[in-house]
Design a protein around this ligand. Structure first.
Ligand code: HEC
Length: 207
């Protein structure tokens, strides 16, 4: 696919999966059904910031996957201009640990505040897909995202609610389910963090 067309089609993903073939498409044709919004300047800037390898992967996704990605993105209004995915993940981990501390100390307020903060986490600069390995930008891999999102964010809100009811037993069980969501996503989209490229003998070098 020629570069320019790839970029335009990629912008179209951000506009909701519709296919825009040229710039004049930004004026809706009267009587052509619901007006199709052009991507916002922020969305265009995001797509421009992607390397061609990533853009091309995104363009190849199915319309369903593109719509799902947009929906996930819309559920997260806190977009960071500076934080990387690892930084966001460290914040999420801190919130998770604070939830566990609150459960252990029978502090419902701590559990509830931390759980809601976790559920309302920021999106790293460039968006989630910028941090996934390009070979994982496939319909099959990305189809798992909503389930992980529900397990982690929906789960954190359930933990908060259980704690506020004074039910720390249930909060403790649900906390485990949240962690299962973290682990599932890591197994699919991430390796072991911080592996050294200087350990030339690989697995054999481990104890
Ligand atoms: C949508 C999938 C997904 C979910 C859900 C998820 N993570 Fe992650 N996480 C990742 C990816 C991808 C990375 C690697 C990011 C990178 O290296 O750029 C990562 C990295 C991390 C890291 C390593 C950060 C570092 O400094 O290298 C920690 C810690 C972490 N996640 C904690 C969590 C916790 C705790 C949860 C659940 C409460 C969670 N994650 C849920 C995808 C996910």
């Amino acid at each position: 696919m020629p570069k320019r067309k790839t970029a335009v089609a990629a912008f179209a993903l951000l506009a909701g999966g519709m296919l825009v073939t040229n710039a004049s498409a930004d004026a809706p044709t009267p009587g052509s059904g619901p007006a199709q919004a052009m991507p916002s300047p922020q969305e265009q800037a995001r797509m421009k910031s992607y390397a061609p390898a990533l853009r091309e992967r995104i363009v190849r996704l199915s319309p369903e996957t593109k719509a799902m990605l947009r929906q996930l993105d819309a559920q997260h209004p806190r977009k960071s201009e500076s934080a990387t995915m690892r930084q966001v993940m460290q914040e999420i981990l801190a919130d998770y640990l604070s939830m566990a501390a609150g459960v252990a100390a029978d502090n419902a307020e701590q559990v509830a505040d931390s759980g809601r903060r976790l559920a309302n986490h920021r999106i790293p600069k460039g968006g989630l897909v910028a941090y996934l390995p390009p070979e994982k930008i496939t319909d099959a891999d990305l189809a798992t995202l909503p389930a992980f999102n529900d397990a982690v964010e929906g789960g954190a809100l359930k933990v908060a609610a259980a704690a506020e009811k004074g039910d720390m037993q249930t909060a403790a069980v649900l906390l485990g389910e949240v962690l299962t969501g973290c682990v599932g996503c890591h197994q699919r989209f991430r390796g072991v963090p911080g592996e050294s490229p200087y350990l030339v003998t690989g697995a054999a070098a481990r104890p």
